[in-house]
Design a protein. Structure first.
Length: 404
């Protein structure tokens, strides 16, 4: 349980680099640097895109470094990112701060939280382990926005980031080391277990794929075309939450408080998905997990009541909870666990790139006068097509109705 707590806490502190948290400061950042919605989105995209491409390379390090050293380095890196944000005085420093927050937070810390669970737990407990560790993500979504709103009542946004850096540098590394107590024995057991597997076979009967082999598998690229829609859509909408609430006439503090609903939905669905994966496998569930998000985009597109926020957060949270578990376990089922860090680094890199594209695309459309409702509806149809693509890849019998 201590090791699962490591995954949970790593996911929790990744919140500093998640879009919804950075977006809580978008008003202060745009005011301080005199930026429009589109300009800030472009800056955010520049930092995030560059972090996504670098993540594809840096993510391999988790396969090669001792996990204790690796996690402490990530923690100190996040502290440095928060400190950079606190002292940023121009646009270039802001881009650097966002780059560091995204590469360490959304990228490497999120990857570490789920890859470690998927790697060290076996076939019949992996889903539950990943789902429990992934609860750190909704915990951050429930706690950080409310804490941010409260802190900004008494502190400047720069002070909040500076205090965060101090906490990450002084208090967190010893906790991570304690949570990884006994990891040497765990790593030795993992090496022996994989070496005993006949011809290094994966659980679905195939070889333990290397990253170069995965890159030659068309299923990987088609799957990612569909799966990246969650990062693109939810990041785009949450990044422009200030504009969304202005257009809809909603209270921003109420919107921020509803992240707790998102978090509760994500928690519940994460646990349920973990149990379902252990019974049926991630591959079988993949075509269904984005359907609630499809509904959430249509809710934003067609309804204006403030209660719409509750329904949107609940539906998006269901997909968010399933995503955190499925997208971390499906690759272990398809390609094995021996090179899972390198493979998951590619997946995380593509997700980061997708999340980088969401804010500027939404920002450009907003600046050109396209309504946020119309943007949301189009995103819903894109995600629905993604569900059909995943069904065609992994559950083709579900598409039998096309032949009727």
């Amino acid at each position: 349980m201590r090791f699962i707590s490591f995954g949970y806490f790593t996911a929790f502190i990744s919140t500093f680099g998640q879009t919804f948290y950075i977006a809580m400061y978008s008003g202060e950042l745009r005011s301080s640097f005199n930026l429009s919605h589109g300009e800030f989105a472009n800056i955010y995209a520049a930092g995030t895109l560059s972090s996504g491409f670098l993540l594809i390379w840096l993510g391999k390090l988790i396969d090669r470094m001792d996990l204790r050293l690796y996690s402490v380095c990530l923690c100190l890196g996040m502290a440095g990112a928060c400190f950079t944000m606190s002292i940023a005085q121009d646009v270039l420093m802001l881009i650097l701060a966002i780059f560091l927050l995204r590469i360490v937070g959304q990228g490497l810390l999120s990857q570490a939280a789920t890859v470690t669970m998927a790697r060290y737990f076996g076939e019949f407990s992996r889903g539950r382990a990943v789902s429990l560790a992934a609860l750190g993500f909704p915990s951050g979504q429930a706690i950080f926005p409310a804490m941010s709103v409260f802190a900004l009542l008494f502190l400047t946004w720069r002070d909040v980031w500076l205090i965060s850096a101090c906490i990450l540098m002084i208090l967190v590394p010893p906790l991570l080391i304690w949570l990884l107590k006994g990891h040497s024995a765990r790593q030795t057991d993992f090496i022996q277990r994989t070496s005993r597997s006949p011809k290094n076979t994966s659980e679905m009967g195939g070889v333990q794929w290397t990253r170069s082999q995965v890159l030659r598998d068309i299923r990987f690229f088609l799957s990612m075309m569909a799966m990246m829609s969650t990062a693109f859509v939810i990041t785009g909408l949450n990044f422009h939450q200030v504009h969304l609430t202005d257009v809809k006439g909603w209270d921003l503090s109420f919107y921020a408080s509803c992240f707790s609903i998102y978090a509760m939905s994500q928690v519940g669905m994460s646990v349920i998905t973990g149990m379902l994966i252990d019974r049926y496998g991630a591959v079988s569930l993949t075509p269904f997990y984005m359907l609630p998000m499809v509904c959430s985009t249509f809710v934003i597109g067609f309804f204006d009541s403030s209660l719409t926020i509750v329904l949107f957060m609940a539906l998006a949270g269901i997909t968010g909870g399933a995503t955190a578990t499925i997208i971390s376990t499906i690759w272990a089922e398809l390609y094995g666990v021996l090179h899972l860090g390198s493979i998951k680094a590619m997946v995380a890199g593509i997700q980061v790139i997708a999340s980088a594209l969401g804010p500027p695309v939404f920002g450009w459309l907003i600046d050109y006068g396209v309504g946020i409702e119309n943007i949301s509806i189009v995103c819903g149809f894109y995600s629905l097509l993604g569900c059909l693509l995943l069904a065609g890849l992994f559950r083709p019998r579900l598409l039998a109705f096309w032949r009727l």
